[in-house]
Design a protein around this ligand. Sequence first.
Ligand SMILES: [Cu+2]
Length: 153
Amino acid sequence: MTFKLKPFASLACALALSLGAASAAQAADAHAISIKDAWVRWLPNNLPAAGYATLVNASDKPIDLVDVSSDDYGDAMLHQTVSNGSTQKMVMVDKLTVPAHSQVAIAPGGYHVMLGDPKHKIAPGDTVHLTLKFSDGDTVSAPFAVKSPGQTK
Ligand SMILES: [Cu+2]
């Protein structure tokens, strides 16, 4: 197909390819960070849901998760559950660092993405999308499977 292009077109094409190669290392898996096992624990009565996932950093630099948003929820923010003796509370988290060549679990008992103000009816069995923004400038949108309250992973 390339040989059908006029010479200037194939030159432009080759140039685009070589420019693209510069970012190809970062784009080896499309993103330095990949998102695994993403799910949402749905709660009835319009209670906020909680999003969970494992963030895998394939790069050789630490990368921070710096923002979460969703087209499906008006509110999406990273929280951490912390224990104060016998009580637990949630605190806001500004960023979550995923070490180089490592992974971090956003999992029950630790971190969660608090999801409130659903923009449409959401129920177990649905799929919602969260957009995660990282300190390397990358933005990753991932499907999250909506599960019933009894699910733990
Ligand atoms: Cu929370």
